[in-house]
Structure formats: C-alpha cells, structure tokens
Ligand binder design. Structure first.
Ligand SMILES: [Zn+2]
Length: 129
C-alpha cells in the first residue's frame, strides 16, 4: 500500500508530490518545531515548485482543521467509548492528543493540500536529469 506512486506515500512521507523522489522539507522530522515550515523552493529531481502561488499553503489550514477533527474524534472514541473515562478526562485526552500530534497534523495537512493540485508522474524525475 505504502509505495511510491500512491498519493498516500507522498502524504505520509512528505515527498515531492510529482516524482516522490525527495522530501519537500529541509528537516524531515516535524517535531523539530523550529524547522516545521521550512520547505525547499522546488524539487531538485523534477523541478516542481512546491509553493504554487504566494499564499499557497494557507489553504492547508482548512485541511489541518479536518485532520484535527479526525484526530479529536479518534481520541474521543478511544478514551470515552473504549476506556470509558469520564467526560472531563476524555476532554483532556482529546486536548493532549491534538497537542502531541500537532506537528504531524501540520505537515500531513500540507502534504494532503499539495497532493490535491500536483499529481504523480512516473516520468517526472527523468525529464530533468
Ligand atoms: Zn519532484
């Protein structure tokens, strides 16, 4: 399932959405918070510009909202329905989950966002090299 050529691969690994050959990020680890938004200008393999327009990644905020809700619902189900904690503890669990996964959510949202607009092209990497 998680192999090159699938959108899921690019989304989960943060690789170039077009050729999947290299990371879009200068620092692959989203938990190095100082570098979380630092991206390469363009892919050195296929030349794809990651910032399609100046405020391109602004739209990723909408995606991160949806992803955040998904994580919140998952935390709710696990804490309240499976572990049957009290509502207040469930609320704490949801908050903690969102805080802990925030860097991951931010990155994944950007990856999902750019994958809406840029599609995998198996020949992309070869064209410029
Ligand atoms: Zn590329």
């Amino acid at each position: 399932m998680l192999k090159k050529g699938t959108k899921l691969y690019s989304i989960l690994t943060g690789t170039c959405p077009k050729c999947h050959e290299e990371s879009m990020y200068k620092d692959k680890n989203p938990y190095n918070m100082l570098n979380i938004f630092k991206m390469h200008e363009q892919c050195s393999h296929c030349g794809t510009k990651y910032k399609i327009e100046p405020s391109f990644f602004f739209g990723a905020m909408y995606v991160s909202y949806a992803v955040g809700v998904a994580f919140g619902v998952a935390a709710f189900v696990i804490a309240f329905l499976i572990f049957q904690t009290t509502l207040i503890n469930t609320f704490i669990a949801i908050t903690l989950t969102l805080v802990v996964f925030m860097p991951f959510i931010i990155r994944v949202s950007r990856n999902i966002w750019i994958n809406f607009f840029v599609h995998y092209d198996p020949n992309a990497a070869k064209k410029t090299s």
